[in-house]
Design a protein around this ligand. Structure first.
Ligand code: DAT
Length: 180
């Protein structure tokens, strides 16, 4: 860890990651509203710009073209001020992010959320296993400096609101500490 940002930025970049269904998109939208930062939904970007090599029919998900995605995002990340929302965290350059949030949801709460999305049983099981094994949290801890990785519970609306308030407070502090 400890890589210095390659480009000074006036606003921080935040990654919000976690297993599908933990609340990344909802939290990112609310955090963008609260902070004025810009939400980048990476899944939507992959689809709209075709940054993939087609559909994996078994899991009903796109096979990411990582190089294309990183190239596409590089210029967006340079000035800062982005909230990046994606279920995979280890593909991005470490220097992009000032804060990495890993959302966590209890099994009995996550399962019905995934069912409600109409995911096929294989995809539900894959994602439940991912959350139980803490895959995203471990990937985040391996990919970023330990002091910027924060694990937050996302089981209820109250927790989501607390998480958004925390992100806002963190950003205000970051700005105060990064003034010239
Ligand atoms: P993700 O982007 O991680 O896949 P999402 O934001 O689309 O997740 O949320 C999936 C569903 O679960 C959606 O219907 C909103 C709901 N949800 C997410 N986080 C929640 C929370 N902390 N409390 C209550 N509902 C939540």
């Amino acid at each position: 860890g400890g890589e210095v940002p390659y480009f000074p930025r006036d606003l921080p970049n935040i990654l919000i990651t976690g297993t599908p269904g933990t609340g990344k998109t909802t939290t990112s939208e609310m955090a963008a509203e609260a902070t004025g930062l810009t939400h980048i939904n990476v899944g939507d970007l992959v689809k709209s710009k075709s940054l993939h090599e087609g559909l994996d029919t078994e899991y009903d998900s796109y096979i990411l073209d990582e190089d294309k995605l990183i190239d596409e995002m590089e210029e967006m990340m340079k000035p800062g001020g982005k909230i990046v929302d994606f279920h995979t965290c280890e593909i991005f350059p470490e220097r992009w992010f000032d804060l990495v949030i890993v959302l966590r949801t209890d099994n009995n709460v996550l399962y019905p959320r995934l069912e409600a999305r109409g995911y096929n049983p294989k995809k539900i099981n894959e994602n439940m296993e991912c959350e139980i094994m803490q895959v995203v949290l471990e990937d985040a801890r391996e990919s970023y400096a330990e002091e910027i990785v924060i694990e937050l519970g996302s089981n209820s609306i109250e927790q989501m609101e607390e998480n958004v308030a925390r992100i806002k407070a963190w950003m205000d502090n970051w700005i105060a500490n990064n003034k010239d």
